[in-house]
Design a protein around this ligand. Sequence first.
Ligand code: GDP
Length: 526
Amino acid sequence: MSLSEEIKQEVDKRRTFAIIAHPDAGKTTLTEKLLLFGGAIRLAGSVKARKANRHATSDWMEIEKQRGISVTSSVMQFDYNGHRVNILDTPGHQDFSEDTYRTLTAADSAVMLIDVAKGVEAQTIKLFQVCRQRGIPIFTFINKLDREGKNPFDLMEELEQVLGIRSVPMNWPIGSGRELCGVYDRMKNQVELFQGKDDHSTIEVRKVEDYNDPLIREMAGDFLTDQLIGDLELLDVAGDQFDYEKVRAGELTPIFFGSAVNNFGVQTFLENFLQMAPKPGAKVSEEGPIDPTDDKFSGYVFKIQANMNPAHRDRIAFLRICSGRFERGMSVKHVRNGKTIKLAQPQQFLAQDRDIVDVAYPGDIIGLFDPGIFRIGDSLSQGKDIVYNELPTFSPEIFAKVTIKNALKQKQYQKGIDQLTEEGTIQVFYSTSFNETILGVVGQLQFEVFQYRMQAEYGVDVQLHRMTYQFARWIVDDNIDPGKFRINSTLVKDKKDNYVALFENEYAMRTAMEKNPNTKFLEVAP
Ligand code: GDP
């Protein structure tokens, strides 16, 4: 087999996705069930254990241990039905950060997990929007069907109203909460029966003719059956038809109902998802799209995790492979600095185990030991210089003024700020009038990570003073009159000397926009 044939085969097998959810929707539980189906039995309980007993793991960042949350995202890999599955774990805590967003750029599709009782929640909305912008397919799993929840039609309406996406149910609940009897699979015409216990070995499925099959009435009784028939007739007539192209374009989300903790509906979901979800596709580079089957290796760094092992002070750069075949020990070009580097000890991730990886293919994520040579967004490539443009920046929403406690440490302080900005830990702004340094982030946690790392890595104690701004807009105007932006806002500069206006509320921002119709207000740096 030629190298490109081999790569093509491997790419066809791969599914790389992220689960997006509001905390408590059941992401940990679902991830664990998926790993179990993938035969990663030795991991049983490990996902949960990591969450509950974080003090036992020594190699996660100190803050993560203290707070019992996942600061940085890890990657889990398993095989199922001939597929190689990569799950990118995004922090579920509300203190998420830009890393969460960046991780989504490494995913080819997303699974949106929703609590049946709570519907679409705040963090789901934010994460959904990032996926939407990237145009990746989004699959919805409505969880906790064993509990009383919202009506399925209301949930579909909510997806449309709140997220602006149409949906098509792949299965439909028969009863709910205490009355839950099963789900009807609309594609395969079968009923998966709810057994209400956490048992992986017995998933009971009954084949039926259609939803009018008398067998359903026997199993579910008259009341639930009439309700099911009514609902499905309505969906058949008035609901969206399944349209593969629309799903692929992220315009239509297939919905699956189930209960992760009861392992109910999870396997059906996994199998359908793996069939419908896209394999790794071409990635945008400065030279145009690069096909994954291109036999020259390339990839980009989407995240850098510092201090995974405080004793060694090492960092791990997470690289998404975009084309070619990766081999341990291979030499590649670090495109930004033009140097050739050897990728000696890469790691692949399986829950908290770190395994050394010998070969990997597009769609896979590898962790590279980083002695401080990588920045977020760096591309590595073999053969030609490929620069990927996959990483967007995000408009900060939380701001703080930073001051140094010991003025003698000015030099280390500046170095720390420069490096951590470059790494993407925080965004920095300088006020034009008061000589203040202002940090901007999308999640409060980034401040804590910044403070911690300034102390741990640069020996500098910093103080952060929260500011009341909520929006940053980059000002593009040939004849900017700084005076204009001091009303209801503060004008600052970013590190490239671009003007940025900070606003305390949406009203102030709208007013400034209306008063300056010829000025462009950009959410991120031009
Ligand atoms: P995460 O914060 O999204 O990772 O959520 P977890 O997986 O930790 O789940 C949050 C809580 O919901 C836990 O107590 C789970 O046991 C529970 N849970 C998860 N799935 C289900 C479900 O299908 N039904 C019910 N009743 N509880 C569930």
